[in-house]
Design a protein around this ligand. Structure first.
Ligand code: 5GP
Ligand code: ZN
Length: 112
């Protein structure tokens, strides 16, 4: 049995605030916005962490999907950040890889 929250979203078992979907990826708004724009891009296959894949094509698609959406939503020129948290010290809480895309305000660096 797959208890993964994001797999359940992909399968339509729980509702999702979808922005974009194709055969490989799904993008949706984060439930806990950290910026005026904050969405996640996930692969449709279950991959636990960034340590568990060498699929460069799929990882590249996550990033390009984020940039396309940022352009489409009109905040790409202002700037944005894409980030993937890995494992406990990286701040990962959902163990199905996901790219965060945040924009719409000035972001500080380094993050906490
Ligand atoms: P992580 O901390 O693993 O990098 O990011 C997980 C993200 O998933 C968090 O930003 C969290 O707010 C988001 N999240 C957790 N549960 C849900 C949910 O049920 N729906 C949505 N849309 N986002 C969620
Ligand atoms: Zn999953």
């Amino acid at each position: 049995m797959n208890d993964c929250l994001f797999c359940k979203m992909i399968n339509g078992d729980i509702p999702v605030n979808k922005i974009y979907e194709d055969e490989n990826v799904l993008a949706f708004y984060d439930i806990n916005l950290q910026a005026p724009h904050h969405f996640l891009v996930i692969p449709k296959i279950h991959i636990k962490t960034l340590n568990d894949t060498d699929d460069a094509k799929l990882l590249g698609k996550l990033i390009l999907t984020a940039s396309c959406i940022a352009k489409e939503l009109g905040f790409s020129d202002g700037g944005y950040r894409v980030v993937m948290n890995c494992n406990e010290q990286g701040g990962q809480t959902v163990y199905h890889i996901h790219l965060h895309c945040l924009g719409g305000r000035a972001l500080t660096w380094p993050p906490g």
